[in-house]
Design a protein around this ligand. Structure first.
Ligand code: UGA
Length: 445
């Protein structure tokens, strides 16, 4: 009989995972405590912008014309517990307020709501990013709370999807990592992931702690790579060198590679910043804090990019920000997403506004989210409208739409042709040829 799958938590990760499981041919039930989110998903709509996800949902959500009907949603933990043979836990683990450590309360609550209804042998699979050691603790908690006892097994299967590419990363990940303690976990998860495995995706089985660490180590490495090139940008600025040429040359060394070597305003989002902090906090608890002190530096380099961008903008406004108009292009933490969690672009926009400038923001997808979080900023319906009367234009999230902007057209509406490229992707020569002062982090003026 085909496995039945429940997915607990239907945010970026869970909604995509649930749709992908239906695409693999399983019957899927998504569970969330937020009735509004469940109503939206049941209507076949996606509560966030994620390319390809709404198409995949509509293909499978029950009650839609032509759908497979394999995907349903509920707010009842009991229904999900009774339904699933395999339960995926996809809730988030944000940074705790006032500390570096991860907030595990949603993961704990997911296990606590599910376990009392588990009366037959099942596999619970954690996908959330958690501090190393969590899976061991949760396995015991699960067995203690479930009527079926040890029959409720736990596995850890970290998720590596990137926002903006969530669907393709879930259907065809780079690798599938399973942390398990024997039992049926490997057999069941080979069945769940039969399709990507058949397509050649590597399937690795480890202990719990290693699986948990693969995730935090991967995000730490990516963050380190970005901060490395941004540290080089600081040196380039001091030495009069060009960081984009430097990174292009470094990228040609196969051992270094060019991915995640784009210098600019640095990393943000709901993952990298909080994951490296939670990792430091956990290493401290384990007595291994020295091993990760470099991540503090990675974090500082990253945060310094934001202050440097504000400084550069101030330099462009001779006499300070008071009374000046600043256009900010981009609000999402990266392109192809409407996620504004720890967005470098909005952080810079808000700092400049607080220092007395009138800041107008435009983003192709993240306007609603930005408005809610920063109601004090002004918002425009297009890049051109945002730039009207601006003394400086800041390009802070590298949407394709911004690369296609016509420097002459934008030049006709601004008060002064001053552009700061926070992502080092605009064509400096083209902007300069149209009479703009073009400046970027880590590049000569
Ligand atoms: C990241 C990881 O890439 C995923 O593998 C992981 O699954 C996910 O976190 C997670 O933990 O859930 P994501 O947060 O979607 O994914 O975004 P990234 O594509 O990693 O970008 C993160 C930030 O780094 C963005 O602000 C981006 O603008 C910045 N970045 C990226 C750079 O500044 N330079 C680069 O060269 C690349």
């Amino acid at each position: 009989m085909t496995l039945r799958i429940s997915v607990i938590g239907t945010g970026y990760l869970g909604a995509t995972h649930a749709a992908a499981m239906a695409e693999f041919g399983f019957e899927v039930l998504g569970l969330d405590i937020d009735p509004e989110k469940i109503a939206t998903l049941t209507a076949g709509q996606v509560p966030m912008y994620e390319p390809g996800l709404s198409e995949l949902l509509l293909k499978h959500v029950a009650g839609h014309e032509g759908s497979t009907g394999r995907l349903r949603f509920t707010t009842s933990a009991q229904e999900a517990a009774e339904f699933g043979d395999v339960h995926f836990v996809c809730v988030n683990t944000p940074q705790r307020k006032g500390e570096f450590a991860a907030d595990m309360s949603y993961v704990d609550a997911a296990i606590d709501s599910l376990a009392p209804h588990l009366t037959r042998p099942v596999l619970v699979v954690g996908k959330s990013t958690v501090p190393v050691g969590s899976a061991g603790r949760l396995a015991e908690r699960l067995a203690a709370l479930a009527p079926v006892g040890e029959g409720a097994e736990l596995a850890w299967n970290p998720e590596f999807l990137r926002e903006g590419f969530a669907v393709q990363d879930t259907l065809r990940p780079d690798r599938i990592v399973i942390g398990a303690r024997g039992g049926r976990a490997e057999e069941l998860l080979r069945e769940v992931y039969a399709e990507p495995i058949a397509a050649g995706v590597p399937f690795l089985v480890t202990d719990y702690a290693t699986a948990e660490l693969v995730k935090t180590a991967a995000n730490s490495f990516l963050a380190t790579k970005i901060s490395f090139i941004n540290a080089m940008a600081e040196v380039c600025e001091a030495a009069g060198a060009d960081v984009t040429q430097l990174s292009a040359a470094l990228a040609l060394d196969d051992r270094i590679g060019g991915k995640f070597l784009n210098s600019g305003l640095g990393f943000g989002g709901g993952c990298l910043p909080k994951d490296i902090r939670a990792f430091m906090a956990r290493a401290g608890e384990l007595g291994a804090d020295q091993a990760l002190t470099f991540l503090r530096e990675v974090d500082s380099i990253n945060m310094r990019r934001r202050s440097r961008m504000v400084e550069l903008a101030r330099e462009q406004c001779a006499g300070g920000f008071l009374g000046r108009r600043i256009a900010v292009l981009g609000a999402a933490f990266k392109p192809n997403s409407d996620d504004i969690r720890d967005s470098p672009a909005l952080n810079v926009a808000a700092q400049i506004q607080l220092q007395g400038a009138q800041v107008t923001v435009y983003d192709p997808k993240a306007m609603d989210n930005a408005r809610k979080m920063f109601p004090g900023l002004a918002y425009a319906d297009s890049a051109l409208e945002a730039a009207e009367g601006a003394h400086v234009v800041l390009h802070l999230t590298e949407w394709q739409e911004f690369r296609a902007l016509d420097p002459a057209e934008l030049g006709a509406v601004v008060a002064e042709r001053r552009l700061l490229d926070g992502r080092n992707v605009l064509d400096a020569d083209a902007w300069r040829a149209a009479g703009w002062t073009y400046r970027a982090l880590g590049r000569p003026s």
